[in-house]
Design a protein around this ligand. Sequence first.
Ligand SMILES: Cc1cc2nc3c(=O)[nH]c(=O)nc-3n(C[C@H](O)[C@H](O)[C@H](O)COP(=O)(O)OP(=O)(O)OC[C@H]3O[C@@H](n4cnc5c(N)ncnc54)[C@H](O)[C@@H]3O)c2cc1C
Length: 281
Amino acid sequence: MSLFVLARRFVAGEEVGPAIRAVRELNQSGMSASLNLLGEHVSTKEDVLRSTAEYLRLFDCIAESGVEANVSLKLTQLGLDIDPNLCYDQVSGILEHPSSVGNFLRLDMEGTPYTQRTLDMFFRLFGGHQNVGVVIQAYLHRSEADIRQLNQARARVRLCKGAYKEPPEMAIQRIPEIRARFLELAGSLLADGAFSGFATHDDELIGGVKTLVREDHAEREKFEFQMLYGIRTATQAGLVREGYKLRVYVPYGTQWAPYFYRRLRERKENIWFVARNLFKD
Ligand SMILES: Cc1cc2nc3c(=O)[nH]c(=O)nc-3n(C[C@H](O)[C@H](O)[C@H](O)COP(=O)(O)OP(=O)(O)OC[C@H]3O[C@@H](n4cnc5c(N)ncnc54)[C@H](O)[C@@H]3O)c2cc1C
């Protein structure tokens, strides 16, 4: 069995067509989406230009198909490792493309070697474009100060726990403390921030956000829950039934391996799922 057959649980397809079809199905279930062309740490200018062209095409496909979706991307896919000016030119070109002007682009957050560079790039882009947002990882010690700055700028933030292995000098290590920090930061976004995305599959955090919203009388229109394609689909449907906004992150493309392995590592049952299927005849 090819590994991609297994990756299909988390990845909508290798081409944009199946990804748009997956989004259409999500839309029919009352969910919006964020499409991501898989790829990171691109090391040649030619590959960067290819990624840019694919993102322009993606925004065109979203507009032509009429699906309810925005786009998420990683800056290392658009040249951050090669030259920040090259990267800036690519992303601002995408933001100014006619079919993306009325839509929205989220800059995903990568590991700590990229945190400051991603935020610098975000603020540089946000100076001239309103249709861009960024991600903050709750486990980083610096995130409280970053959220304060982003709230002041009225920037749109996605809050997540953080997916990369980081040292204790940089990040909280224990899950209960990460959860507590997530909810503190969510409270600050709800009170002082712009429209926010709370990206988690964790029942405790989902319940915690609902409580914050109830207690602070925050508007449901001020935030959305965000989850990954193929993960906790029953919980996703339940949130929609309860009337919450839900956006599903839908990755696609041929460069699916690093994303797939990150999802496997997050949960040991996933490793068993792969192992069982690989050795099944
Ligand atoms: C929309 C979205 C965007 C994200 N963007 C970023 C980003 O830009 N940068 C970044 O560092 N991180 C990002 N993340 C990842 C995030 O930081 C966490 O690593 C990830 O969401 C796992 O944490 P959790 O809060 O979902 O809780 P967990 O405690 O990991 O999960 C709670 C429950 O959800 C289910 N679950 C979670 N993960 C899986 C899985 N892989 N397979 C099967 N079941 C699972 C399980 O039932 C688990 O018990 C994003 C996550 C989401 C949902």
